[in-house]
Write a protein that binds this ligand. Sequence first.
Ligand SMILES: Cc1cc2nc3c(=O)[nH]c(=O)nc-3n(C[C@H](O)[C@H](O)[C@H](O)COP(=O)(O)OP(=O)(O)OC[C@H]3O[C@@H](n4cnc5c(N)ncnc54)[C@H](O)[C@@H]3O)c2cc1C
Length: 234
Amino acid sequence: MAEPTQSATVLSVKDLTPHVRQLVLLPKTQKILFLPGQWISLQLPVGIKPPLNRAYSLAEPPSQTGQLTLVFDRVPDGTGSNYLYGLKPGDELLLSGPYGNFSLPPSLDRALLFVSRYTGIVPIRCILKQLAASGPLPPATLIAVGPAENELLYHDELLAFAAQQPSFRYIPMVVKGADEEVVEAVLTVLRPLIASKQKTAPLLSGVKGFVRPLRAYLMEAGYERKEVKTETYD
Ligand SMILES: Cc1cc2nc3c(=O)[nH]c(=O)nc-3n(C[C@H](O)[C@H](O)[C@H](O)COP(=O)(O)OP(=O)(O)OC[C@H]3O[C@@H](n4cnc5c(N)ncnc54)[C@H](O)[C@@H]3O)c2cc1C
């Protein structure tokens, strides 16, 4: 059955980095109950044949107010993300959801291994925030790649988090280049982690050109496909 579509009001707009923006929305009809890691679908009044459907992960865990936080980069010539960049407080959007199963495994019996590229960190940050709010964090490593120092999303927050939570390791990386170069750079960090540790619970997020080769590497290293959770953006 189709998820009901409802209207939402833009409450605030904030730039998190030079090329990444945050929108806070308030659904007008009913609260959206979601699991950290899930996403909503926006029906945007643009494109050759509107509506243009675009998915966005939720960046903040569920709140009492029902507000939803989206965080996205401006894709050059991207119809959807450029439309979102034009929105201001008071504007309205159509949305539905939640969707997706990029969420924590049911049992946290292994160390968590998060790997993200750029805005791929959005659902992971939501999961981490929820975990941190519910007590000491289980052992977890985050490898987060961004295209520039000032495009490392949530960098200060994650540094502070790693300083407070001894079981959390944050590995930020700046790599600008084609998918293959970014993947190769991540593999230099990932290989020793995978070789030296017990099996982890990996969650990978970003564009396919990033996520798929890393999943393939993990499967070559002995992981089953179902053990590697992925969220792909394109
Ligand atoms: C489940 C899911 C969750 C998503 N969550 C987010 C999110 O939290 N934040 C976010 O910024 N985007 C997210 N996306 C991507 C988003 O839905 C759009 O695809 C993105 O904003 C580009 O749309 P566009 O119309 O502007 O560009 P399009 O004209 O559709 O161009 C897309 C092309 O731009 C490139 N590209 C560069 N950056 C991105 C990017 N971030 N996502 C996708 N393609 C990119 C890719 O090569 C892709 O082929 C998600 C996608 C999915 C499927």
